[in-house]
Write a protein that binds this ligand. Structure first.
Ligand SMILES: NC(=O)c1ccc[n+]([C@@H]2O[C@H](COP(=O)([O-])OP(=O)(O)OC[C@H]3O[C@@H](n4cnc5c(N)ncnc54)[C@H](O)[C@@H]3O)[C@@H](O)[C@H]2O)c1
Length: 258
């Protein structure tokens, strides 16, 4: 297990599949956490489970003010911000591009793309300031998707938003390369989280058939386990990965290599 003792982590989408696993990992590895998600009750329960080193702030990531509040909470509560994991996200139902409703497209862009923009807009200045004051570096991990590096038929707007996250990641990484902040994007394929489970259930009446069709495109012929995704997330967040910036890390059983 990597050592994050004394570090402070902002984590959005904290009560989802990847979020819960990441929150537990960072907490066990000694970090203090500012957790955020839409609904206060499950968020409060998670913070309670993790003990005194976790604060919970519920809100909608598509509202820019939330990201500012999360940074303020890290600074006022723990005096520092070392790592931000911008993980909150949604997916839309399978549909060809012309059949994707405009309202849905706007919502996906608001949450999946602009949510990450608002987050980094608040996080980067605080991280840079601390680097100037103390010389200590920070890391941002944006949870994109393998749909951020290859096309995703029937998920065009989701893919566009996640490609956008990769564009934000690479650009910010270059802007902040000498300002003490590493910025990388995690790009998983389908993993066993509530998002993927709900998606599969909606995609086809026969869930097993839908899963089989999905894994056909994956050289390893299976979904990712959540812990396999968290291992990549931890690698990007770990201060030991000090020369890794502007990268996408595909955790995809070989999908994007094909
Ligand atoms: N599970 C997968 O197969 C998979 C694959 C590739 C990428 N991803 C990405 O990983 C991230 C986490 O996904 P997950 O699988 O854990 O999904 P999940 O649905 O289990 O968790 C996502 C969390 O984000 C929160 N959220 C949604 N909209 C929000 C908003 N507007 N403001 C604040 N919080 C909001 C949800 O409440 C939820 O707790 C997402 O960005 C997703 O696109 C997931």
């Amino acid at each position: 297990m990597a050592d994050f003792s004394g570090r402070t982590v902002i984590l959005t989408g904290a009560t989802g599949g990847f979020g819960r696993a990441a929150a537990r990992y960072f907490s066990n590895a000694g970090a203090s956490l500012v957790l955020s998600d839409l609904h206060p009750d499950p968020l409060g329960e998670l913070a309670e489970e993790l003990g005194g080193k976790a604060r919970a702030i519920a809100g909608d990531i598509s509202e820019p003010e939330l990201s500012e509040r999360l940074v303020e909470a890290a600074m006022s509560g723990f005096g520092r911000l070392d790592i931000a994991v911008n993980n909150a996200g949604i997916v839309h139902d399978l549909a060809r591009l012309p059949e994707t409703p405009v309202k849905v497209a706007r919502q996906i862009i608001d949450v999946d793309l602009l949510g990450v923009f608002y987050a980094m807009r608040a996080q980067l200045p605080a991280m840079e300031q601390r680097f100037r004051d103390t010389g200590e570096t920070a890391a941002i991990v944006n949870v994109a998707s393998v749909a951020g590096v290859v096309g995703a038929p029937m998920l065009s707007v989701y893919a566009a938003a996640k490609h956008g996250v990769v564009g934000l990641t690479k650009s910010a990484a270059i802007e902040y390369a000498r300002r003490g902040v590493r910025v990388n994007a995690l790009c998983p394929s389908f993993a066993r989280t509530p998002m993927a489970t709900e998606f599969l259930e909606k995609a086809d009446k026969d869930r097993d058939a839908a899963e089989a069709a999905l894994v056909q495109a994956i050289p390893m012929r299976r979904l990712a386990e959540v812990d396999e995704v968290i291992a990549g997330l931890v690698f990007l967040a770990d201060p030991a990965s000090s020369f890794v910036t502007g990268q996408t890390l595909q955790i995809d059983g070989g999908l994007s290599a094909a």
